[in-house]
Design a binder for this molecule. Structure first.
Ligand SMILES: O=C(O)CC1=CCC(=O)O1
Length: 96
């Protein structure tokens, strides 16, 4: 199943810079692992915001839920999830 996920990061202003850098490095490694596994298909920065729009390709909503809760930045994120389905005009074979 495909899901569009919008993540907005709000790191507390009083978090030490080194702590924030550590969490961001863990987030990057986790994200790149999931991208290599094909579960995190796309990630785009929303211009001008500390937000991304991502496409996940997972078995079901429960798998997505577990992946999102494991994000190192999860405690500092607002997350919005929308389920996607194939558009009838799509020319891509992998849009399912
Ligand atoms: O910077 C972000 O948008 C948060 C994030 C998600 C995966 C990643 O590497 O950073």
């Amino acid at each position: 199943m495909l899901f569009k996920v919008e993540m907005t990061v709000n790191i507390p202003l009083d978090m030490p810079v080194e702590t924030a850098a550590e969490i961001k490095a863990k987030e990057k490694a986790y994200s790149q692992q999931l991208q290599n596994e094909g579960k995190w298909r796309h990630i785009w920065r929303v211009a001008g915001l500390y937000s991304n729009v991502s496409i996940f390709d997972v078995k079901d909503a429960e798998e997505l839920h577990n992946l999102l809760l494991a994000l190192p930045l999860y405690p500092y994120m607002n997350i919005k999830v929308d389920a996607l389905c194939r558009h009838p005009s799509s020319i891509r074979d992998d849009d399912k």
